[in-house]
Design a protein around this ligand. Structure first.
Ligand code: ARG
Length: 459
């Protein structure tokens, strides 16, 4: 047991209490941020004349030495310390003696941990954004290659109207683009520096908080010291954004699982991204997609946990907040892993275009277009809807499609039909006559693809 706060105590901490309280097993993850924050603090203290230049230089050298030695494995972060802050400070004092004891001047572990977590999370928001961007790039590539790849669009998982693969992928492009916007937004809102807030009420030292904020790349200092040490909103926002990313990945995974099934066969997963069965030799399972879908629950769980931890906490710092870390770290690692694997799976996946087009032809996905055809020939939409309903019934009885019907058969049901019906209900027309922006026609898709390209180039 190595603690920073023994002075007031007459008894040793019970070992079980110590273990229960300690956070080093997980907060060692931000040793780099802890040292980075300490360096900025010391540079600021020296600028304000609270430390001498010489003291500052010795401390900075000491901190940099610790960083180097941790990274090269010369020293191990030992669990005999309560948390990462204690480890760094105690090691510093061990190595440089007296000046090391001045590091914590005008600082509390409460503003220190608030800073470390923010620095760590801030970086992860950027990594996450890069991974989502890579996924968007793959999606855009699939879109560009597939503006002519017809497939059925679904509602209620029933074939509804024909679309293209480009259009379907475009829906996911929108979702993941919004995810990036959310991350950007979170970054901007969280980017204020809590350092200098002390335990809760600031400090009597003449700290220059603007300066430390600037040294650490923040927009500025936070403006209320009590909120600074007890704000975990940005963690909740990040967990919420990550939950939304996972929800999108999970929906996409679900579709890939369906498309990969024997019944659909719309896609073929690359051997490197699927797994076999130990008993059934014919199997090629979409385990990656299933795991992504499953892990979504874990990330939602982290969000619910942190929300619940924070609920009802009085101001300012409470030890409950230490619980944010394992949950957040786990969620970050999970989402990053899922994004990476999902992107790889998508990049290597093959689309069975012929099967997709054939599927779009069966199932009356052109029924709406047949109704629109009648409307264009002067029939009211409600009547047209009913006439096409009769057509569908007729086809179902004879086990044929609308394309298979002869003109005589059409005319028997309604005389308005002429030979132009076949062109009107072809897959090609059904898709490419939908010209409004956001619709699946090649023309509309190309306009959207252009916008997406511009967006990815500048952001
Ligand atoms: N390990 C603590 C946390 O993660 C650091 C802050 C400790 N502060 C305190 N007053 N006990 O929240």
């Amino acid at each position: 047991m190595a603690q920073l706060w023994g002075g007031r105590f007459t008894k040793e901490t019970d070992q079980l209490v110590y273990n229960f309280n300690a956070s080093i097993s997980f907060d060692q993850k931000f040793y780099k941020q802890d040292i980075e924050g300490s360096k900025a603090h010391v540079i600021m203290l020296a600028k304000q004349g609270i430390l001498t230049e010489e003291e500052k230089n010795i401390i900075i050298d000491g901190l940099e030495g610790i960083l180097r030695d941790v990274e090269t494995g010369i020293i191990q972060i030992s669990s005999k310390y309560e948390d990462i802050h204690s480890f760094v400070e105690a090691t510093l004092i061990e190595r440089i003696g007296e000046p090391g004891k001045k590091l914590h001047t005008g600082r509390s572990r409460n503003d220190q941990v608030a800073l470390d977590m923010k620095l760590y999370t801030r970086l992860e928001v950027l990594y996450m954004d890069e991974l989502v961007k890579e996924l968007l790039e793959i999606l855009l590539k699939i879109m560009e290659d597939n503006t002519d790849t017809f497939m059925p669009g679904f509602t209620h998982l029933q074939k509804a109207q024909p679309i293209t693969l480009a259009h379907h992928m475009g829906a996911y492009f929108e979702m993941f683009k919004r995810d990036r916007l959310r991350l950007k937004d979170i970054y901007q809102r969280m980017n204020y520096c809590p350092l200098g807030s002390g335990a809760l009420a600031g400090t009597t030292y003449p700290l220059d908080r603007d300066y430390s904020a600037q040294l650490l790349g923040f927009t500025g200092p936070t403006l209320n010291s009590m909120d600074s040490v007890s704000d975990r909103d940005y963690i909740i926002e990040f967990l919420s954004a990550m939950s939304t990313i996972m929800m999108h990945l999970s929906r996409f995974s679900e579709e890939i699982i369906i498309w990969n099934s024997n019944e659909y066969q719309f896609v073929e997963l690359d051997d490197a991204y699927s797994t076999g069965s130990s008993i059934m030799p014919q199997k090629k399972n979409p385990d990656i997609a299933e795991l992504v879908r499953g892990k979504t629950g874990r990330v939602y769980g982290a969000l619910m946990s942190v929300l619940t931890i924070m609920k009802g906490l009085p101001l300012a710092y409470n030890k409950d907040m230490q619980e944010d870390k394992e949950l957040t770290f786990d969620a970050i690692d999970t989402v990053k892993g899922c994004l990476l694997l999902f992107t790889g799976m998508l990049r290597t996946m093959k689309f069975n275009k012929a099967i997709m087009a054939k599927s779009a032809m069966n199932g009356f996905t052109n029924a709406t277009d047949a109704a629109d055809y009648l409307v264009n020939h002067g029939v009211a939409f409600r009547d047209a809807h009913s006439i096409v309903g009769q057509l569908v019934l007729y086809c179902l009885e004879k086990n044929i499609t609308l394309e298979d019907m002869t003109l005589e058969e059409y005319k028997t049901i309604n005389p308005v039909f002429d030979e132009t019906i076949y062109e009107a209900i072809s897959l090609e027309s059904c898709v490419n006559k939908r010209l409004t922006i956001g619709a699946p026609s090649k023309k509309a898709m190309n306009q959207v693809i252009l916008k997406h390209k511009e967006y990815l180039n500048k952001d």
